[in-house]
Design a binder for this molecule. Sequence first.
Ligand SMILES: Cc1cc2nc3c(=O)[nH]c(=O)nc-3n(C[C@H](O)[C@H](O)[C@H](O)COP(=O)(O)OP(=O)(O)OC[C@H]3O[C@@H](n4cnc5c(N)ncnc54)[C@H](O)[C@@H]3O)c2cc1C
Length: 416
Amino acid sequence: MIDALAWDPEMESPATIAILGAGPLGIETALYARFLGYHVSIFETRRVAHRMLDWNLRPLEEPASNVTTSLGLAALQAQDPTYRPPDPSRVFNGKQYAEEYLLPLAKTDLLFDDIHFLSPVIDISRFRVGTQPLAGRFDEYPWQERCNDEFRILVDGRHRGTWVSRADCIIDCRGDGTHRLGLGPAGGLAIGELDACKAFLEHLPDDRKFDPKTYDAQAILIVGATQDACRTLRECLAYARHERLVWVLPPAQSDEAEFLADARLELSQQTSPSFVMIESLGVESISPQENGGWQVRLLKEDDSSVELQVDRIASRTDPLETLLGPTLLAYNPQASSFLESGLQQYARANPSQEKYLRSAREVLTPEPGYFRLRAERRWDVAFERLRSIFAILGGRSDLDLYEIMRKQQSTAPDEA
Ligand SMILES: Cc1cc2nc3c(=O)[nH]c(=O)nc-3n(C[C@H](O)[C@H](O)[C@H](O)COP(=O)(O)OP(=O)(O)OC[C@H]3O[C@@H](n4cnc5c(N)ncnc54)[C@H](O)[C@@H]3O)c2cc1C
């Protein structure tokens, strides 16, 4: 692995790892790091596991055995010897998973002092190395010097104001997306959307913060060709207290076309006269009305338009990742190609490492020491990616703390 990169990625503990986001993955990453002896600082915009809490009473898609880990259960048992792990086949809902597993983990001695909540990271840079690699001369760039330089993390703390933290390594667990694509054609912004979005209806039926006063007896417009949109519409239809529910359905991404065709068929069979589905390229404009509602113009495929009036608008378009740290190379396309060519060379020379390399490729970025960890709704994939980050940092492709912990637990004398 080390040979594949232009820098040496190994990092001995105790070094400091900054973790962005205290969702399930941020918490798990922090645990893994602490078990290996690293210092951690976890930064969270809001509160620990708030997205899981928002998932509320909806069941998780996988049982407890897949969403808890040997490290998490060991940490909870060490903190409270009376703790009993959940039945492996139990299916938590979002609220239970947060309240019975993630929040107790965040409160363990291992993590409690290292979590900065209400503390969004607003910028990341290096301390000393500000130069960027020149196009076509990536081989000559001082990658190792950049790797040895600390990260400078600018935090906008609710309580502490704006302050700077330092770290040797960053693991970005900010989740699948903090913003959404615009409501306009091809994900662009509609005219008036920037002003209107402040009044968008964020919480719909089944959400933890849903307020019936914002929904009941109102004409609601939901825009999006996503799984999130389909789930939300089903929940709204089951709740059924709107005056009118309009689904604006933009063209789907090709990888979503199949599920959407099924969902569309299912939803179009709804007999409710108050439910309307309109296929459209997107929302062309949104204008406020004197009565507090919105005039919305939709653009059709043949360039014609449809006008409608609604009380509330909800966006359920695709999530969009906010790029953080414009001076970092993490999202630099040329640096990404340079990294990829190194990895391909390594893959050819080491075919036996294919599986490890697949996960490593998902987490490495061309910024030395900056890893990106996403779950993409598959916990096994997420935990394997997490393992591969620490295998890279530890310089051992077979380093697997989960396996070590499992072995320890199976050989420990039975206390009962
Ligand atoms: C609308 C919605 C839909 C969901 N859909 C599903 C689903 O389909 N299936 C499912 O299993 N679960 C779903 N969930 C539950 C859950 O959100 C995810 O499964 C899970 O939380 C993903 O874990 P994560 O750690 O990758 O990301 P998240 O839980 O999203 O955690 C990322 C954290 O990073 C924080 N963050 C972002 N930017 C910064 C920053 N700059 N600085 C500091 N912190 C930052 C965020 O505040 C957030 O707490 C959904 C939740 C919601 C609210």
